[in-house]
Design a protein around this ligand. Structure first.
Ligand SMILES: [Zn+2]
Length: 79
């Protein structure tokens, strides 16, 4: 059974934390490479995580990164 976009979104954080088991990770990858919504979402998420990883712990998101993430998530949720 393939993953839905909702499931994919729920797994984004765990994926980046390296917490997905292999079977789920495979489904995640299949969905990421085949879904026109989730591919770009994943890219933006990855980019944002990289930016925020460089910030002091507990610091706020850079306004530009937060705005971009919100924009992408909004497009995604409104589809
Ligand atoms: Zn999707």
């Amino acid at each position: 059974m393939s993953m839905t976009c909702d499931e994919f979104r729920d797994l984004l954080h765990d994926h980046h934390a390296g917490e997905l088991v292999v079977e789920i990770k495979e489904k995640f990858e299949v969905h990421r490479t085949s879904c026109k919504h989730c591919g770009p979402l994943h890219e933006t998420y990855t980019h944002t995580v990289r930016i925020t990883a460089k910030l002091p712990k507990g610091g706020p998101l850079p306004p530009a990164a937060e705005a971009r993430l919100r924009e992408v998530l909004k497009d995604y949720l409104d589809k």
